[in-house]
Design a protein around this ligand. Structure first.
Ligand code: ADP
Ligand code: MG
Length: 665
């Protein structure tokens, strides 16, 4: 091979401590060949770990050059370092650094997630068997002894078939029997072709290596080969399988693999683990999103219900309807020409009908308050005299009995239709149709009951009686003129033109000179409808905004929890990076975690919101309509909140330097 595996030239490393600089490595130059077993020795604090972190690409030298496989790696980016670590380097730490609450199997398989290697579980199982832990696959670290944990760590270090194995005081936390086992493992691995670089401060441990480099005060003080022969290694319990010798033409791949399904599964699992480990905290942080989403759904449902109710009421009054009334419109609060009220005659009805071809129906109404008596009961109600078109124009066809006819109108027949309130007041449960009532002392026959319209805020629309127009004018109210002429157009688009034509016609019929204002006014039901719809829309928007604010608050809650989670799991993040996780992978992990948190909150919130809506409409009688759009909106919103508010903490986690994260207390 033309290059040494590792070549350091004048490596220094200084730390900024307080105001000063602490130079730990002061120009280290050395080279290590493939297949060596090197022990780096030195007193505590001499910079062994610092050197090893630089060798393992976890840290960067302050000055100097580092060639790995002949390539200068001193200036690699974070992610390039991660990719190279993932393919080439395995780590064994003094503190084991296994993921808590995670099975031995998953711990071993972890680096393969980041390298994108296939058959993870099979390989991890194989390696655990090699290190003698075939029967401990499902044990979490806290269910294993120190020596067993370190063997899991060895298996993890080997999982991506590294060419170099770094071990920082691998036996420092172990009893001597366990330490011997670990050392035997390392020797076996070295014999199978892996370069082993081990840091230790104990000469007995270093004696297992074939080369010992001593450093002191940041410089190499000695570098010698030991007399250890290849044949006399102590018998280990496990037998590492022979490894293919690393190829002579080294592959130097730095690109990170694409996202795989396995990665997502792992992040989902780690999110679930993190949430399960902090159930109460997770539940509380979900609460914000949950309430927000439930509020959005319930508010939108109520708003939508109110809108529908208003629409239904308005359409029950008739559509495309314009009411022509005498008297000028109020303009700017001043009523033009007070007292000069115009009068509508029966002739005006016929004229209006001809004013525009799009006018399809014309009615003429008179109104008055009357006393209606049935047997010993009486009630005061509002009477309307109308033409038979009233029924179809106002959606007021008799729902029981019949409406009156044109013939009855012409004959001044004494027939009446009663609104539901009048029926209730006079008849109770009795059927009124066919009975005789007295209206202002005149006998009338009840021929039908009007459909229920419900009460608006202003008046009870069912507290009415309707009789033929002529009968009302001549027999009951004694009126010569009409109170209003409602007319109906064939479509909403033709209303405007029809109103203009009727206006011109009425001015002409009333002989109004140019300078005079109209002595009549027209009210378009479509305008009223639009105004009301606008009101409910504003109302819905307002409710929606209140709900959105609560979602925002929920999002901030999630962010808060994620920040706590990141700092709590700093060491875990450091470890993941050390075994090859790119920034992107850490970012994805925490984003998925916060998205899972908020989406779960969102889902529960949707269920709660729908329940609230149904409860309100069932028990409180509020119209509440849950639309699929509202549900989708709430869901998308909650997931978005998770991702948006999770981004900052996730990014913070992804930017941690692996070694600082690993050292985090
Ligand atoms: P050891 O040889 O015991 O492994 P280290 O390489 O861990 O020693 O540390 C060498 C020296 O560098 C120590 O004196 C330590 O205090 C210092 N040091 C290590 N890491 C940092 C850091 N992040 N900031 C400041 N000083 C550090
Ligand atoms: Mg150390």
């Amino acid at each position: 091979m033309s290059h040494a595996l590792i070549e350091l030239k004048g490596i220094t490393r200084s730390y900024t401590v307080g105001d000063g600089q602490l130079t730990v490595l002061k120009g280290i130059s050395l080279s290590i060949e493939e297949g060596e077993f090197v022990a780096i020795m030195g007193p505590s604090g001499s910079g062994k770990s610092t050197l090893m972190q630089i060798l393992g690409l976890l840290d960067r030298p302050s000055t100097g050059q580092y060639f790995l496989l002949g390539h200068d790696v001193s200036g690699l980016s974070d992610d390039e370092g991660a990719a190279l670590r993932s393919k080439t380097i395995g780590f064994i730490f003094q503190m084991f650094n296994l993921l808590a609450r995670t099975s031995a199997l998953d711990n071993v398989a972890l680096p393969m997630i980041y390298s994108g290697a296939p058959n993870r579980d099979m390989r991890a199982k194989e390696l655990l068997q090699d290190v003698g832990l075939g029967d401990r696959l499902d044990h979490a670290p806290n269910q294993l002894s120190g020596g067993q944990q370190q063997r899991v760590a060895i298996a993890r270090a080997l999982v991506n078939r590294p060419r170099i194995l770094f071990a920082d005081e691998p036996t420092g936390n172990l009893a001597s029997a366990q330490a011997d086992e670990i050392l035997a493992q390392l020797e076996l691995l070295n014999r199978s072709g892996i370069t082993v670089i081990m840091v230790t401060h104990e000469p007995e441990i270093a004696a297992h290596a074939r080369r010992v480099i001593r450093i002191k005060d940041g410089v190499v003080v000695s570098d010698e080969r030991t007399e250890r022969s290849r044949g006399d290694a102590g018998g280990g319990t496990a037998v590492a399988p022979p490894r293919q010798k690393a190829s002579a033409s080294p592959k130097f791949k730095l690109e990170t693999p694409d996202f795989s399904f396995g990665e997502f599964k792992e992040y989902g699992a780690s999110a679930t683990r993190a949430m399960a480990a902090n159930k109460v905290r997770s539940a509380l942080s979900m609460l914000g999103i949950l309430i927000g989403v439930a509020a959005v759904i319930a508010m939108l449902a109520i708003g939508r219900g109110a809108q529908k109710a208003i629409e239904a009421r308005i359409s029950s009054l008739g559509s495309n309807l314009v009411t022509l009334s005498p008297g000028a419109t109020t303009r700017g609060g001043v009523r033009g020409e007070a007292g000069s009220g115009s009068r509508f005659t029966l002739g005006d009805i016929k004229a209006v009908a001809k004013a525009n071809p799009h006018i399809v129906r014309v009615d003429g109404n008179v109104q008055g308050t009357v006393q209606v008596v049935y047997k010993d009961k009486n009630t005061s109600t509002s009477l309307t005299g109308a033409l038979p078109v009233y029924g179809p124009m106002r959606n007021s066809e008799a729902y029981f009995g019949r409406f009156f006819t044109e013939d009855e109108n012409l004959r001044l027949a004494r027939v009446v239709l009663l609104g539901q309130t009048v029926v209730n007041n006079l008849f109770g449960k009795e059927n009124p149709v066919g009975k005789e009532v007295k209206i202002n002392h005149i006998g009338f026959k009840v021929i039908g009951i009007l459909p229920i319209k419900g009460s608006s805020t202003f008046r009870d629309q069912d507290d009415v009686v309707i009789i033929p127009l002529y009968t009302a004018m001549k027999r009951v109210l004694g009126k010569l003129y009409l109170n209003s002429i409602p007319f109906e157009c064939d479509s909403p688009e033709t209303i405007q033109q029809a109103m203009e034509d009727v206006g011109v016609l009425m001015r002409h019929r009333h002989h109004l000179p140019q300078y005079k204002e109209d002595d009549f006014s027209m009210r378009n039901m479509a305008d009223v409808q639009a105004a009301l719809a606008g009101t409910t829309q504003t109302f819905t928007l307002l409710l929606g905004m209140v709900a959105a604010i609560s979602l925002l608050v929920g999002g901030i809650g999630i962010m808060n929890i994620m920040l706590v989670s990141v700092s709590e799991r700093t060491r875990e993040i450091g470890l993941r990076k050390a075994v090859g996780a790119a920034r992107r992978a850490i970012l994805a992990q925490f984003l998925i975690e916060s998205a899972v948190l908020s989406t779960l909150g969102g889902l529960i919130g949707i269920v709660l919101g729908i329940t609230i809506s149904l409860t309100l409409s069932t028990f409180a009688g509020w119209a509440a309509i849950v639309t699929p759009e509202a549900v989708i909106l709430a869901f998308v919103f909650s997931a978005t909140v998770g991702i948006v508010f999770g981004f900052w903490p996730a990014r913070k986690a992804s930017l941690l330097s692996p070694i600082e994260a690993l050292r985090y207390e």
